[in-house]
Structure formats: C-alpha cells, structure tokens
Design a protein around this ligand. Sequence first.
Ligand code: GLA
Length: 388
Amino acid sequence: MGAQVYAQKFEQIARTPQLGWNSWNTFGCNVNEKMIREMADAMVSSGMKDAGYEYINIDDCWHGERDKNGFIQADKKHFPSGMKALADYVHAKGLKLGIYSDAGNTTCAGRPGSRGHEYQDALTYASWGIDYVKYDWCDTKDINPVSAYSTMRDAIYKAGRPMLFSICEWGDNKPWDWAKDVGHSWRTTGDIYPCWNCEHNHGSWSSWGVLPILDKQTGLRKFAGPGHWNDMDMMEVGNGMTADEDRAHFSLWAMMASPLIAGNDLRNMSDATKQLLTHKDTLAINQDKLGIQAMKWIDEGAIEIFIKPLEKGDYAVLFLNRDDVARDYSLDWNFHYMKDDISKHEIFFDKKRFNWRDIWTGEKGTTGSQYTTRIPAHGVVVLRLSPQ
Ligand code: GLA
C-alpha cells in the first residue's frame, strides 16, 4: 500500500502554456480596477481573446490591509468595488482573473505577503472568483521553498476552486527539480527587461534582456510538459524594442513553450504589436498539444536554429540571428539529421521529405532543395514543416 497522497494541484489547468496579460511590466504598482476592466475590454476588442488569450492578471500592489481576523482586503482606494465585482466583470467578458501574492511576510513591493495566511488567502481568492495565483519569493529569508510553495498549492486545492498556480522564485531554488506537482509553471530567471542582449543592474539584482533569458533555459526543456511549464517571464512585446526584436522575443517564447503573458498596455497598442500578439501560426506552435519545448538543434554562434516537434509529424524550425547585422543563411536539409533524445523524435532529412511554409511571409518550399534566407539583425525566420 503506497502512502496516501493528500496534496494535489488542479491537473486540468494549463495543459498548454497559459495565455494572458499581466500588469507589472507596464504599470508596476499603479494598478486600479478601472484600468483592469479596460484591459479586459481591450483583450476582447483587439482580437486577443479570439486568438486564445484568457487571463487578466493583476500583479503586485492590489493589496490593502488585513482585517482584524487576518483576511486580506483589496486596496479600497484603487479597488473600491472590490475583487469579487472585478472578477464578475472579467468573467462576463469570457476571461479569467489572476492575482498576485508572495510566500514571505511582504511582497516585493512591500504589501502583505501570504506567510502564515496561506489557507486564509486561498479561501479568500476562491470566494472572490480568482482563477490564477502568481506567487512571488521576496522577504523569504529562512523559508524552505519546497514547503512554502507546497503549502500554497495545498491551500489552493483545499479552497476547492481551480486556480492556476504560477511559481515565481526566479529559478533560485531549481524549481524544475521539484515543482512539477506543485505549480503549473515556474519562472526560470530573474525579471525581464525590454532589451535584446542586456543586463540591467538594479544594485542587489539584475533584470535581463531577451537573449540572456533565452540562454538561461539551457538544460531545462526536459522538465516542461502539459501542466508544468518553464516560464521565461511576462513579455515585453510592444514595450520599446524594435519590430524585429519583438518578433524574435515572441517567437522564441512561443517555441520554448513558455506561458505567453503580454506585458504591454493593450488599450493603445500599435497595429504591429496587435498583429504579433495575435499571430495564429505562432500561437499554434506555442499551444501545440504535444507540449514539447523546442531544442537548440544547430548552433553556429550568431545563428542558432531551434526545432519544436508538433502534432501530426509537423515541426517548427526557428532561425535566430543574434547579431547586430542581417545575415544570409543556407541550410542544405539533406546533410542534416535531427535527434531529440528527450521527446524521442528523429529526422533523417535525406530520407524523409517535408513541405515548409514561412509562417510570416507565406513562402513555401520543400526540404528536397537547399533553403536560403536572410535573417534580420536581432531577428528570426520561422518555418513550419509538414511531412510530404
Ligand atoms: C518580482 C517578480 C516580478 C513582479 C514584481 C512585483 O520582481 O519577479 O515579476 O511580480 O516582483 O513586485
């Protein structure tokens, strides 16, 4: 007789990486109910909801004080109607509402954390109709991460409302080793910054551009799968990088089966940003049911090629140009072989032919002949291969 398992997470959630929006990257602590309602409106009117986006997530700073019994309340000034009313509004739009807390006594912005209040907080969130809990790691000094996150997982499960549990401890305690049965995704790195290849130094910590975050994923793909994803952090699409950088950022996050959580102001985004965030072929790569994170297949320094096995024998192939200048690149498929020990996929390109389609230009071809392309600086080219 095996040990009885009491602890569980809601398994039916995030079978493909979660799609949504989060307030932090653009608004930081300036969150209020009017803005959140407008963001839900914009998720619908922009076509993002139709493209598959679902979660509207309020990050840090929604909190007011705990009441005399220790129950957390929303900040009365910025959320005068309360969280239940906000959740009702978001649900009426066909969307879901996410909230943020922290395993320590205080959140990263100094608001009340959930330490010692885990069951109470999970119950409160459930009573409000919350669907997603991002759980941060500030002010945790002596706390054991596995037990802290497991306690909140248990509290959410006991509260009885399916809520996606998003672990955010920045990869500090190797969550990929222990979080599969604890959360639905775990951050793998420190915070993102809207730049291509920079480290933005804040003194005691740094935030990171697109390439540093990508490079920190090395070795992690074997830990991801349906219901438990490597989270490369909320996106900076539309937040100041160039069009090519934004496209590379979005495409890479999609290939890596990362949650795709927009971090821009959805109310006034450019057409280019809207087109990118709702790009069907890219989202299909991210949302593919196999849930296999891309692997780096070919590494030639400035040019890297990633490949992601998809349903029905398809593959997504992404050519990344890390360089500051555009580069021409040729690939003679026939001389290449692909073997993925983790997902057990193998392709002998000299024996098996594929049709390919460039998911942005619509250009078509086959792997029977050499492929030549120009990859923009800080850019990508993405092909979808289908067996002939
Ligand atoms: C940490 C997290 C961020 C954000 C802020 C909020 O830095 O990693 O994603 O939630 O806290 O204070």
